[in-house]
Design a protein around this ligand. Structure first.
Ligand SMILES: [Zn+2]
Ligand SMILES: [Zn+2]
Length: 146
């Protein structure tokens, strides 16, 4: 996700008014690496704009996604999470505490992709998401011995 001034310009280009509510949502997301859900963003936005609706928050998230400024992560079966980091990186989702953390990785190039997934040679890849699911170190240690 780029600087707020860029986002304002992009909203305008898309024919959208930049309202104080939309601006707050951009600020809330900007440096958030916790991968919040729409509900979490809504609750934070409520503290700033007590009359903001969930629909406004949701629509703003959809717009930011369409503009390519945030990505949607579909790894948690209970909710969609949002990520202001759109560069290639992987995620680990803990099924016990529901934490969703970043796993840094080198950008995938076409050669590596073709090596890992030979079928993509005939495809045009626009976007890659890699998710791993399991137990984080804390929850793994809490697990009773079988
Ligand atoms: Zn955990
Ligand atoms: Zn991430």
């Amino acid at each position: 996700m780029r600087e707020i001034t860029h986002l304002v310009a992009r909203f305008r280009e898309a024919g959208l008014k930049i309202t104080p509510q939309r601006l707050s949502i951009c600020h809330l997301l900007k440096d958030d690496r916790t991968h919040p859900s729409a509900e979490e963003i809504y609750h934070k936005a409520l503290e700033i704009h007590p009359s903001i609706s969930f629909t406004t928050v949701y629509k703003t998230l959809q717009t930011l996604r369409e503009l390519g400024e945030i990505q949607e992560l579909n790894v948690d079966p209970e909710r969609v999470h949002y990520d202001p980091e759109v560069r290639d990186h992987a995620h680990f989702f803990c099924q016990s505490c529901k934490s969703l953390v970043d796993l840094e990785m080198d950008p995938l190039n076409a050669w590596m992709m073709a090596d890992l997934f030979p079928q993509v040679e005939d495809m045009e890849v626009h976007h890659t998401q890699i998710h791993m699911v399991g137990l984080c170190p804390k929850c793994r240690d809490k697990k009773p011995e079988a």
